[in-house]
Ligand binder design. Structure first.
Ligand SMILES: CC(C)(COP(=O)(O)OP(=O)(O)OC[C@H]1O[C@@H](n2cnc3c(N)ncnc32)[C@H](O)[C@@H]1OP(=O)(O)O)[C@@H](O)C(=O)NCCC(=O)NCCS
Length: 283
């Protein structure tokens, strides 16, 4: 018999045990240890008081880490990560936690519910569709196995933390608002991992890239619309490639149909690695 309660009182090591049993057959190897799992949930805004666990007796067998932020201009309830132990699937635990989260957000006056799922994850997609969520946007991720030598330029590029970045200016360069995982708030939560490289001309920011330095994973790349096709995007990419130890390079979550970025990365030999669906519903 499955019972659903909030995640408060579940320790991080108990949560990690459920996570390991739930994600052992996940389509992508996330490779999280306990510390990284907690860091990622924090980055995505997951908070125990807004999150749920499914219990069999006293033992947690599933979890849905959830949080609240303003997203797309609306107060939004979000599910950062859901998992049910491989030994306890198809007993309704996943659906019961989703319904508990929806009820919780509704009771707080929040009527926008949103999450993201990898397109090849049929069980999760089935669960989310079964509780009323529908795809609103699709994002593609790309990777370059060997970044090789990228020609450096003399463009003035300055490094800053996400908290120092002038987001009101930088966000005006976007062709699409980032998904939740790549939102300014998500990036800003882990400033020691994420950095912003901004290109300047005549004292004005004209382009930037936000990336996780160690893994050379780019989360944002955008050039001011009137300064495109002048080598600024390439200069930012070369700058990041030069300053990170990793062999390869990746760029995450480009909105499908954003030709400026899709063509830019394909032209540089990046290959498509996965698609992420943003699902949402009114509560
Ligand atoms: C996705 C997951 C959480 C579902 O948990 P669950 O407790 O087994 O789901 P439920 O029993 O509540 O299923 C509810 C509905 O979801 C859908 N669903 C669940 N598993 C499914 C599967 N393998 N294939 C297709 N649809 C599925 C069905 O519509 C199901 O209703 P039904 O059983 O009446 O047909 C679980 O498979 C899991 O932990 N997977 C690994 C981790 C993961 O991928 N998390 C999501 C990351 S975004």
């Amino acid at each position: 018999m499955i019972a659903v309660r909030t995640l408060e009182g579940v320790t991080s090591s108990e949560l990690y045990e459920v996570y390991k049993e739930a994600f052992c057959d996940y389509p992508v190897d996330l490779g999280f240890d306990e510390r990284k799992l907690m860091l990622i949930l924090h980055k995505l805004g997951g908070r125990p008081e807004h999150s749920f666990a499914a219990f069999e007796g006293d033992k947690p067998v599933g979890f849905a880490s959830c949080g609240i932020r303003t997203f797309k201009g609306r107060l939004t309830g979000y599910v950062a990560l859901t998992g049910v132990s491989i030994h306890h699937r198809r007993k309704g635990a996943g659906r019961a936690m989703m319904e508990a989260a929806k009820d919780h957000f509704r009771a707080l006056g929040i009527n926008h519910f949103l999450l993201e799922v990898i397109s090849t994850n049929a069980p999760a997609y089935g669960l989310y569709r079964s509780v009323g969520l529908e795809t609103s946007r699709v994002f593609g991720s790309y990777a370059l196995e060997a970044k090789g030598d990228m020609p450096l330029s003399d463009i003035d590029i300055r490094i800053m933390t996400p908290n120092e970045a002038p987001w009101d200016v930088l966000s005006s360069f976007w062709d699409f608002p980032p998904c939740w995982q790549n939102s300014i708030e998500s990036i800003g939560t882990i400033p020691d991992i994420e950095l912003v490289a901004a290109a300047y001309e005549g004292g004005e920011a004209v382009g930037y890239a936000a990336c996780s330095c160690r893994s050379c994973a780019i989360d944002h790349l955008a050039v001011r619309k009137d300064r495109r096709n002048r080598g600024i995007g390439s200069a930012l990419m070369a700058f990041i490639a030069e300053h990170t130890p990793s062999q390869g390079m990746s760029i995450a979550n480009i909105e499908e149909g954003c030709r400026s970025l899709e063509d830019f990365v394909k032209h540089r030999g990046f290959r498509h690695t996965l698609s992420l669906h943003e699902l949402e519903m009114e509560l």
